[in-house]
Design a protein around this ligand. Structure first.
Ligand SMILES: NC(=O)C1=CN([C@@H]2O[C@H](COP(=O)(O)OP(=O)(O)OC[C@H]3O[C@@H](n4cnc5c(N)ncnc54)[C@H](O)[C@@H]3O)[C@@H](O)[C@H]2O)C=CC1
Ligand SMILES: N[C@@H](CC=O)C(=O)O
Ligand code: NA
Length: 434
């Protein structure tokens, strides 16, 4: 027993999927945490809404309390795992004022109120850590904030929502319905309390805002992210994607543009086609993966469990050990770094590729006319495939472009709709990772 170590009081707010695993591990691995942090971590209370609600038996009944304010203000370290904006925000601010360091997994709160929380932590001279907020167990916050501090990040591309990746994977590999796959994701503890945050892309958007803020040293909030979720993705879309040699993934994309046409950062979340041989295409189930490109390092890839109680608790506890060690040895968590203050660009300035399916008149000159439309909009073509004859005089042609601004790609699609040898624009899909 490491009885000579100082004692730090730890309070936990919320004992749901993640909170219960954090408490379990804090109690089961007390000796390890004392050795690693230099302090014995004494869990004084676990705030819950309902004392009688069913929960993991590893959370001792005698630790439970409904007095969340007392837990927030009566401890050295406060772990917030309630989720949502209020009362989480008020409780965290109260914890800072009471001199506690705070660890949270609450991406929704950070994306909405990050600067306020950073300022409050700085004023109180305490730590504010949130590794669990982005990509669960994967140490991506640490990587962007600390490992990449010596480099210039140019883009981050990731699968950062376990629930939607699980749903798309179940639809793709088992032919499960959207609703059945979502219900399983909820049972497995991947989904948010309100799963519309997952399926409508808002959870990934919050993570994308945090990623961009860290990567580009710029304040990026939830409202800066262009978001589209997966509720419109159908079994037919997935079949079409397979026919093109792709999977559909919900991607979070943070790019830095520094060219003659645009300077700033663009942030977006949407489903996209990803070629099957790209590393992100093979991210299965609730796993997440994050690809970081930086000027000196080149490409880095992070992969692991992005959701679920124990994997997320692992990220929370890494922060707990760091915050506890600071209490014992001195030192502080990195503060907000927003010195670059880059402009946040709109979706029109994002760079992507389109796969466009056209029904065209099957006659000499039709393809040349289509190519001319792309050329006149400064969009270069990567590949053209005549995918099927649809009878009579028409053919379906599938065109994949090179990277271009959304503005130029959309203008090309509008012009194609007016081109007389194009009968119709059948589909327009975004492609990433070519
Ligand atoms: N479940 C996951 O895989 C991951 C979750 N997170 C984040 O971790 C946080 C917690 O998530 P989960 O554990 O999944 O949620 P959960 O819904 O399972 O647990 C939250 C618990 O907090 C309780 N609660 C709500 N208001 C309260 C209050 N005022 N006082 C005391 N307790 C209160 C609820 O009754 C519930 O038991 C959220 O911010 C979530 O976004 C982050 C990464 C992964
Ligand atoms: N609901 C989230 C949980 C982790 O952040 C997800 O599905 O990824
Ligand atoms: Na993480």
């Amino acid at each position: 027993m490491l009885v000579d170590r100082p004692v730090l009081k730890v309070g936990v707010l919320g004992a749901g999927t993640v909170g219960s695993q954090v408490v379990r591990l804090l109690l089961e691995r007390a000796e390890d945490f004392a050795a690693r942090s230099g302090a014995r971590l004494h869990v004084t209370g676990v705030a819950v809404r309902d004392l009688e609600a069913p929960r993991d038996p590893a959370v001792p009944r005698e630790l439970l309390t409904t007095d969340s304010t007392a837990v927030a203000t009566g401890n050295d370290l406060v772990i917030e795992l309630i989720g949502g904006i209020e009362p989480a925000r008020t409780l965290i601010l109260a914890a800072f004022r009471a001199g506690a360091s705070v660890i949270t997994g609450n991406k929704a709160l950070i994306a909405a109120h990050g600067p306020e929380l950073y300022a409050a932590a700085a004023q109180a001279q305490v730590d504010f850590y949130y590794e669990a907020a982005v990509a669960g167990a994967i140490p991506v916050v640490y990587a962007l904030r600390e490992s990449m501090a010596g480099d210039r990040v140019t883009s981050v591309l990731g699968v950062v929502n376990g629930t939607t990746n699980f749903i798309l994977d179940e639809m793709s590999t088992k032919g499960l319905s959207f609703d059945a796959a979502l219900a399983t994701a909820q049972q497995l503890g991947y989904a948010e309390a309100d799963p519309t945050a997952d399926v409508e892309g808002l959870d990934a958007a919050a993570k994308c805002a945090i990623i961009a803020s860290l990567a580009f040293h710029t304040r990026v909030g939830l409202d800066d992210v262009a978001v589209e979720g997966i509720t419109d993705v159908t079994a037919d879309d997935i079949r079409e994607a397979h026919a093109s040699g792709c999977e559909i993934k919900l991607l979070a994309i943070a790019q830095r543009r520094d060219d003659e046409l645009a300077q700033g950062v663009s942030v977006r979340v949407h489903p996209a086609l990803v070629p099957k041989d790209h590393p992100l295409a093979s991210v299965r189930g609730a796993f997440n993966a994050v690809l970081v490109e930086a000027e000196a390092a080149g490409r880095l890839m992070f992969y692991g469990q992005g959701a679920g109680g124990a994997p997320t608790a692992s990220a929370v506890l890494s922060d707990v050990v760091a915050a506890a060690a600071h209490r014992v040895n001195g030192g502080q968590a990195p503060r907000e770094s927003s010195y670059a203050a880059l402009p946040v660009l709109g979706l029109q300035d994002a760079l992507t590729r389109y796969q466009v399916q056209l029904r065209v008149v099957d006659a000499p000159g039709a393809l040349a006319a289509v190519a001319q439309v792309f050329a006149s909009n400064q969009v270069s073509i990567d590949s053209v495939r005549q995918s099927s004859y649809v009878g009579g005089q028409d053919a379906v042609v599938t065109i994949v472009t090179h990277v271009a601004p959304v503005r130029a790609l959309d203008a090309a699609v509008r012009d194609l709709e007016q081109e007389e040898r194009v009968e119709s624009v059948v589909s327009v899909r975004r492609v990433e990772g070519l």
